[in-house]
Design a protein around this ligand. Structure first.
Ligand code: SAM
Length: 296
């Protein structure tokens, strides 16, 4: 990647892009239909994703912190690439001016909003499909993402792309990936659930609507070769029931504000989940996975 006078030259294909509001648009003209729909949906999203997903709630911060600790430990001068940077919530936490942060997303408008909000040095904003990143082979130390892997039609292909841009021993962090145990039945029940909350089932992110989540075994298989030190950590058991239950109540009853449980309740539930996950087999009942791996 090379940056010069607001011009960005892709080291993989040598095309040059000019920044628009600080964002380089490196999207191919041959995006998949799903990627186009995702770009359109996220360009025009009118809700605050931080609020919708309650990202600042303790039950979320506890697990995001696990990812942040991982990412802030990487050496100075490292290059970190976020795929599907969305709100910039995590980028803001791990920002360090001695490291280069490349925030990518399929939605250029999303990145413009983040660029305006973060307003920091050493962050580059590149609109690109996560399976076609305009970055040279073995050019990055870390590739990370939160709640993004399930947005790709071919998760194996996406992993290959992230492996390509990572240096040897480079670190991959995939946070908050839905567990198939819940999300496969949720997909099947989606028409009824949308009816219950008076929502149009065709609205929203197509990728979110279509995804079935990943089981522990599927993730192990995807990362079976080309990666080492693979960890697959569970996130939320009762915490997930609380999180999605509160969202369901908020939507069914058209509440003015989302319900915020007292901090001690969140801490107690997440703490209890963490104890339960020590029991063999219980991790398969988690709502999400947090995956880390190193490129061989
Ligand atoms: C659920 S949001 C998560 C956003 C962000 N990680 C966060 O936690 O705020 C998914 C993000 O992935 C992006 N996305 C979807 N499909 C993508 C693709 N093919 N390539 C890159 N980003 C994509 C969306 O635009 C959206 O910003």
């Amino acid at each position: 990647m090379s940056l010069n006078n607001n011009q960005y030259t892709c080291l993989a294909c040598h095309r040059t892009y000019t920044a628009d509001s600080g964002v380089f648009d490196a999207r191919s003209s041959q995006l998949s239909e799903l990627a186009k729909e995702e770009a359109l949906y996220h360009d025009h999203i009118d809700e605050d994703a931080c609020e919708t997903h309650q990202l600042s709630a303790w039950r979320n911060v506890f697990y995001h912190q696990y990812v942040w600790n991982f990412l802030t430990k990487v050496p100075k001068q490292a290059t970190l690439v976020e795929v599907g940077a969305g709100t910039g919530f995590d980028a803001e936490q791990i920002y360090d001016q001695d490291k280069t942060l490349v925030l990518t997303d399929i939605s250029a408008e999303t990145l413009k909003r983040v660029a305006q909000r973060l307003n920091k040095n050493n962050i580059q904003y590149v609109a690109a499909d996560g399976v076609q990143l305009p970055l040279a082979d073995e050019s990055c130390d870390v590739v990370y993402m939160i709640a993004v892997w399930h947005h790709f039609e071919k998760p194996g292909e996406a992993l290959e792309e992230w492996r390509r841009i990572l240096k040897k021993d480079g670190q991959l962090v995939i946070g908050v990936e839905p567990n198939r145990f819940y999300f496969y039945p949720i997909k099947k029940l989606r028409p009824f659930l949308c009816h219950a909350i008076h929502a149009d089932e065709h609205e929203g992110s197509h990728a979110d609507a279509e995804m079935e989540g990943f089981s522990y075994g599927q993730i192990q298989k995807y990362l079976g070769s080309g990666w080492r030190n693979v960890t697959i950590r569970p996130m939320w058991l009762f915490g997930g029931w609380m999180h999605y239950g509160l969202e369901f109540i908020y939507r069914v009853f058209h509440l003015k504000k989302r319900i915020q449980p007292p901090l001690w309740v969140e801490k107690m539930i997440v703490g209890f989940d963490e104890l339960l996950f020590r029991i063999p087999g219980v991790r398969h009942l988690c709502w999400h996975w947090i995956v880390t791996a190193q490129k061989v």
